[in-house]
Design a protein around this ligand. Structure first.
Ligand code: SF4
Length: 236
């Protein structure tokens, strides 16, 4: 989700958004698990991780990522590889077709000579959607973009609107969600945006599940959803 240009002229931040931003930033900085692709990795390797993260769990990607990284240090090496070799390394994902798609992706990068540095350019790569493009821009290139997925939507809709998100629209079409995110990260530098994003993912994975663990959640003090639930249910 692009934010920089559209943030000018946004309304003043409400107290609730300030509190939410502070809590999420702290969770992202202090509590969120750090995975290998969050460290010092190349943009190409971050892309490999995000490519699998869209379809499988973080734990599985954490197993195969070091193998892929070692076997394919560059897009050129991967472009010369073959799907059977990729599949041998990525079997725990169960995503055999992704091996073919990954080679196709590497060949597209080699053919145009770069991954890209703006959203449209990155998203035009095969098998790359808006989430991956935003993840590359934020975590790989340090731009103030914000990847939106169902985790982000569930946490923010519950915390700010006090209800469960409806099945539709999808996160990138949910203009109310987009507006909340813009206010949430208004004026923040990219490092802080990363912390807020990591904080939301952490809360979504650990507490804000289908059956939320509100009493343990770090957002409890400010969350509208928790406030709206009957006390006996919240404390069970
Ligand atoms: S307090 Fe409950 S509903 Fe609110 S974000 Fe945390 S887990 Fe989700």
């Amino acid at each position: 989700m692009r934010t920089e240009a559209r943030m000018r002229g946004s309304p003043k931040l409400s107290q609730a958004i300030r509190v939410l931003r502070r809590l999420l930033g702290r969770v992202g900085r202090e509590d969120a698990i750090s995975y290998p692709w969050h460290g010092r990795v190349s943009v190409f390797h971050l892309l490999l991780a995000e490519f699998y993260l869209r379809r499988t769990t973080r734990k599985v990607v954490a197993r195969v990522f070091p193998l892929l990284r070692r076997a394919y240090p560059t897009a050129s090496r991967l472009a010369l590889g073959n799907p059977a070799a990729v599949w041998r390394l990525t079997r725990p994902t169960g995503l055999r077709n992704r091996s073919y798609e990954l080679i196709r992706l590497a060949r597209a990068i080699v053919s145009r000579g770069r991954i890209g540095s703006d959203h449209d350019e990155i998203e035009s790569l095969p098998s790359v959607g808006p989430y991956i493009a935003d993840a590359i821009l934020l975590y790989g290139l340090g731009h103030c973009h914000f990847p939106l997925d169902e985790n982000v939507r569930r946490v923010l809709v519950r915390a700010t609107r006090g209800s469960d998100p409806k099945a539709n629209p999808r996160p990138y079409q949910d203009m109310s969600l987009v507006s909340t995110v813009r206010r949430l990260i208004l004026g923040l530098p990219a490092e802080s945006v990363k912390n807020v994003h990591r904080g939301i993912l952490h809360v979504g994975w650990k507490y804000c599940r289908a059956d939320p663990l509100c009493p343990e959640c770090p957002l409890l003090s400010t969350c509208e959803y928790s406030r709206a639930r009957p006390r006996r249910q919240r404390d069970k």
